[in-house]
Unconditional design. Structure first.
Length: 637
């Protein structure tokens, strides 16, 4: 018994010590992660401590909100920064150390002369198969390196004569080498040389070698089954400009004249002076160049011919040509075909069929003039498509075919109202089929009745999204907003599809395919914003709505107005963001937009997202914006 009493006494004496250990305030750091590398002189340091606790960083007291939230724009010195965060509450202390590495490159000394061998470009092999057909800028290779400042630099190609490089900034040397059209060599080395102030000469080879074979264009065909959906515009299957900007999104079987290679990409020539880069793995490349397409007579499907009337509508302004770099002057465009006034047509989409003679030539489709014009640009037709007269549909006001330059054809469709409901373009046998959705029939009393709205709660599952400084990540903030907005819209007659209704992992294009399969009228993706490294978070706050195509501008504006009206405390935000290059805004099958409700990197914005009453206001604003958009469509008819 005395032994058991002694053990119990020791346990009771130890209990307060254990309680004290448990009471040490935890320091939660949402961002940056430990070991983070950043190239800037500040980092956003954000997280939370228990409510009522204080916080010091490196011994310096910093502001903490009543809920324990801290968001700091913290300075960094070059190299390793071990940030020691110490929280104190009730006489107890908790500590967290976060390592952040500022990766600013130190300048090389003027002497002794040095050359950074890892900086020499070109970095990848460059192949030119038809240099004689390339414009000078398509044959231009950038040679550059970083070295000691104040020196004299030169480079050689294939052991030829030295050519000068210019010091464009301290220690950065650069030159543009224009490959001669008649040059012939394979795997030719490019070597750079630097003569420093101390007279020392250093040199290094570029990792990428240069080939110019003169073997001529080849055919590159988009592999079957690689393109998902009708209008997703998957970034995994994109053709870009040589600067990396998206140019077009291929469809299965699209065939290019391929004239070279740059590392993992091939270069395709769409027209003289117009090149794009395509990931080589998405194409089947064969030796012979593709045959040109042959345009046939354009026809309409799903429409009712109009009876001839004595007068035609006044012609619209002439369609300005789209500038195409280095394309020879085109012959005068064929005169536009005036169309008779609209007449009733059966339900279903307007389908514009453009025969191509069996060739799957590259094309783009763009919306212009706020959605009142659809422009189809075709590359590689040997003969122009023709327009019959009359070409009649209630959705069409005028059609025109233009030759913009050698191998560049443009078919424009002027519409009787802005195209706001969805469009796609793809191959159908030997033709190209452009499909345009007609305006839906709306009930004036309940405009949302029958509308299919897809709401996407951003992230989910293993995709946490933006850092949750108050220990709730973005994925768990967007889901309740989407669910509640869905309830509000269903109460007004809409059919609402949620891409996720629980904490599951979804791919970006799974979300897009959900909208396409549902034949959605509208796709709305709901997110919370955060700033990247290098941006000062102070005073950046409020909602933003992103969209790619003009058809989504009206619903985007209506939702933004709802957010600003019901959540004025967020700040006005940056507002509408047109032309966005996002996976969830690029789909064309319906108006597609992405809402950044508020900034996770602003304390008051974050608190609005964390508050159940705040999330109710977000859901109310989104649902009201969608209802306002459809109500405005009724009023305009």
């Amino acid at each position: 018994m005395p032994l058991r009493r002694a053990a119990l006494t020791l346990a009771l004496l130890a209990a307060p010590a254990l309680a004290v250990a448990r009471a040490a305030p935890e320091v939660f750091v949402a961002y940056p992660p430990d070991g983070h590398r950043v190239a800037y002189d500040h980092v956003i340091l954000e997280g939370s401590v228990p409510a009522g606790a204080s916080l010091k960083v490196g011994g310096q007291a910093v502001p903490v909100g009543p809920d324990g939230l801290f968001m700091l724009w913290w300075p960094l010195r070059p190299g390793t920064n071990d940030l020691r965060l110490t929280s104190t509450q009730g006489g107890q202390t908790g500590t967290r150390i976060v390592r952040v590495i500022r990766t600013a490159a130190a300048p090389l000394p003027a002497t002794p002369t040095r050359l950074d061998r890892q900086s020499v470009t070109p970095r990848v092999p460059l192949e030119f198969w038809d240099a004689a057909g390339d414009a000078p800028d398509e044959r231009t290779v950038t040679v550059s390196f970083r070295g000691s400042p104040g020196g004299r630099a030169a480079f050689r190609v294939a052991g030829g004569a030295p050519l000068p490089l210019r010091e464009v900034s301290a220690g950065q040397y650069e030159a543009a080498y224009v490959l001669p059209p008649s040059a012939r060599f394979e795997q030719a080395p490019i070597t750079v040389t630097l003569t420093g102030r101390d007279g020392k000469v250093v040199s290094a080879p570029a990792p990428g070698r240069l080939s110019s074979t003169g073997s001529g264009p080849r055919s590159g065909t988009q592999r079957p089954g690689t393109v998902r959906g009708l209008g997703l515009n998957d970034a995994g299957n994109v053709a870009t400009t040589q600067d990396g900007e998206p140019f077009l999104y291929p469809r299965d079987g699209m065939t290019f004249a391929v004239v070279g290679r740059q590392g993992e990409d091939v270069r395709a020539r769409l027209a003289p002076g117009v090149s794009v880069l395509i990931t080589a793995s998405q194409l089947d490349v064969t030796p012979a160049p593709p045959l040109p397409g042959q345009g046939g007579t354009v026809t309409l499907e799903g429409t009712t011919p109009a009876a001839p009337l004595p007068t035609a509508p006044a012609p619209l302004p002439a369609i300005p040509p789209v500038p195409v770099a280095a394309v020879p002057a085109a012959p005068e465009a064929a005169p536009p075909v005036p169309l008779p006034p609209p007449v009733p047509a059966p339900g279903g989409d307007l389908r514009v069929r453009v025969p191509l003679g069996g060739a799957r030539v590259p094309f783009t489709v763009t919306q212009e003039q706020g959605g009142r014009r659809l422009a189809l640009t075709l590359y590689g037709l040997g003969t122009l498509p023709t327009l019959p007269a009359p070409l009649t549909d209630p959705l069409l006001a005028r059609a025109e075919v233009q030759l913009l330059g050698l191998g560049v054809t443009r078919l424009t469709l002027d519409l009787t109202a802005p195209q706001a409901w969805g469009f796609t373009a793809g191959y159908d046998g030997g033709d190209l089929l452009l499909t345009v959705r007609r305006p839906p029939a709306l009930d004036p009393a309940r405009p949302l009745t029958g509308r299919v709205i897809v709401l996407d709660a951003g992230h989910g599952g293993t995709q946490f999204g933006g850092a949750g400084s108050l220990r709730v990540p973005e994925k768990d903030l967007t889901l309740p907003i989407a669910r509640r907005a869905a309830e509000l819209l269903r109460a007004q007659g809409a059919e609402v599809v949620l891409t996720r209704d629980s904490d599951v992992t979804l791919g970006l294009y799974e979300r897009d395919l959900t909208a396409e399969a549902a034949r959605a009228d509208l796709l709305v993706s709901i997110h919370a914003n955060a700033l990247p490294d290098g941006r000062d978070p102070r005073s950046i706050r409020g909602p933003e709505v992103y969209f790619t195509h003009p058809q989504a501008q009206a619903p985007a504006a209506a939702i933004l107005a709802g957010l600003r009206r019901l959540l004025p405390d967020l700040g006005p935000g940056a507002g509408l963001k047109p032309g966005a290059n996002l996976a969830l805004t690029r789909p064309t099958t319906q108006p597609s937009l992405l809402i950044e409700t508020a900034y996770l990197t602003d304390p008051q914005n974050l608190r609005a997202l964390m508050d159940p009453a705040g999330r109710e206001r977000f859901a109310q604003a989104i649902a009201a914006g969608i209802a306002d958009f459809y109500g405005a469509q009724v009023a305009a008819r």
